[in-house]
Every structure is written in C-alpha cells, then in structure tokens.
Design a protein around this ligand. Sequence first.
Ligand code: ADP
Ligand code: MG
Length: 247
Amino acid sequence: MSQLLRIENLSAAAEDKELLHGVSLTVPEGETHVVMGHNGAGKSTLGAVIMGSPEYRVTGGSIFFAGEDITSLPADKRARLGLFLSFQSPIEIPGITVSEFLRNALEQITGKRMKLWDFKKKLAAAMELLDMDKSYAERDLNVGFSGGEKKKAEILQLLILRPRLAILDETDSGLDVDAVKTVSKGIAEYLKNGGSLLIITHNTRLLESIKVDRTHIISDGRIAAEGDASLIDEVIENGFEKYTDRE
Ligand code: ADP
Ligand code: MG
C-alpha cells in the first residue's frame, strides 16, 4: 500500500517557540489513524502544519503527500492535492450559506463549477445521509449552529469534497449519542469511497464505531508511542501520564 502521507522528522515553530520536535508519521492510503495526547501536546499544531497553516513555520524535516514534497506548498495547493483539515473551532461565516460555501469550495479544489442542479442533488443526498434538515443548506455557515450541527456541517464538507486524506481535529465538546452515530455514519460513507483519515481526538466514543489501523501518541511535540487500536484502550485506562515524562 502506498504511503499517502509521510512526515519525516518534522519540527515547527510559532513565532520563536518550537512546538513540534522531530515528528515522524506515515498514513498509508485507505487507512484510519488516530492521534491522541494530553492538552497542549501539539496535536492541533501538527494538523495545522500538515495543512500548511501560515501561523506556523517549518523549522526542519519534510512532509510528503502522495509522493510529492509539500513542505513549502501553500494551503490552497495542498487542498487541491486532496488534503482536508477540519477545525477544532469551526468558523462562522455570515452572509454565505452552507450550500454556497460548499459549491465554492468544491470549485476551488476541482477547478470546475458544478451545475447548480447537479450540485443540489449531491448536497441533498449527503444531507439526507447525515439526517440534516434540508433547510440547513440555505442557512449561513455555522452561524448559530449548535456543537452537533457544526460537526455535521464538517462531515457534510467531507462527503461533498471527498478529499484523499481528511484530518479531523475533534472538538472535545460533548456530542450527544445521536450526533456521534450520525457523524460515524458520515465517516463510514467517506471511508467506503476510498478515503483516508487522521483523527485527532479525545472523544473515544467516536472511535468505537470506526476501525482504527494505527494510533500515535503525541506528547510535548514529540511522538511518544505508537501502536494498533489497542493503544486507545490502554490510554483510556491509564491516561497520558506515562508518556509525559519523556524528554
Ligand atoms: P493540542 O491540540 O494537543 O491540545 P496545540 O497544538 O493546540 O495542542 O498546542 C500545543 C502547544 O503549542 C500549546 O502549548 C499551545 O499554547 C502552543 N501553541 C499553539 N499554537 C500557537 C501559536 N500560534 N503561537 C504560540 N503558541 C502556540
Ligand atoms: Mg487541539
């Protein structure tokens, strides 16, 4: 299986502070990987650096995506190659509806504007799968959305854009049981179509219904441990403490 994402010895800083110190990690195509770690470990930073956020500066190492060195590529070019990052705190965009936002995002990535009728059909099908009321398509993006609704909007984005690799930076805010089920259903649909996932999470309930191929524990900006899905259970039982003493 080809390595879709390969991170080699990656270090990154914000302003003058180094936050990632030599992180290496690979995600083969079609796999689901999980990144866990204590608060402030550097999980969101890692996601942002993979996506090319201008907030961070790469100070060492490389990021390869689908065989291409993307370390210095701007975020929009990475998106066009098929990388996707959901935000821990999704932005609200007054004046742009969910439907317009997604149609524009799709156009930016594919370079083609879908016919409105075709797009609406595609959108309606994905919304139905996520048990979203049709009216959400015409609401301003994330404005006044509840936590669960924002999360659904994010998964909707995943189903419409169909990136090759999606990095989901989970909110820790509690999704209710139904929302977790719906989100899991959306993720399963995405994976069924050949997607790959890097899930950054504390929300282990979401992981119960997803087949995890590999788990990476990050601590103080370093990979502290790696293993299969059983590492998640180990962490649930024992916490992150044993990983935080490492230099
Ligand atoms: P996690 O997602 O694992 O909880 P983060 O990646 O958000 O952790 O943050 C890791 C560390 O980096 C924290 O100490 C945080 O304060 C710091 N950090 C993150 N982004 C910035 C930034 N833009 N400027 C300065 N420090 C930052
Ligand atoms: Mg975070």
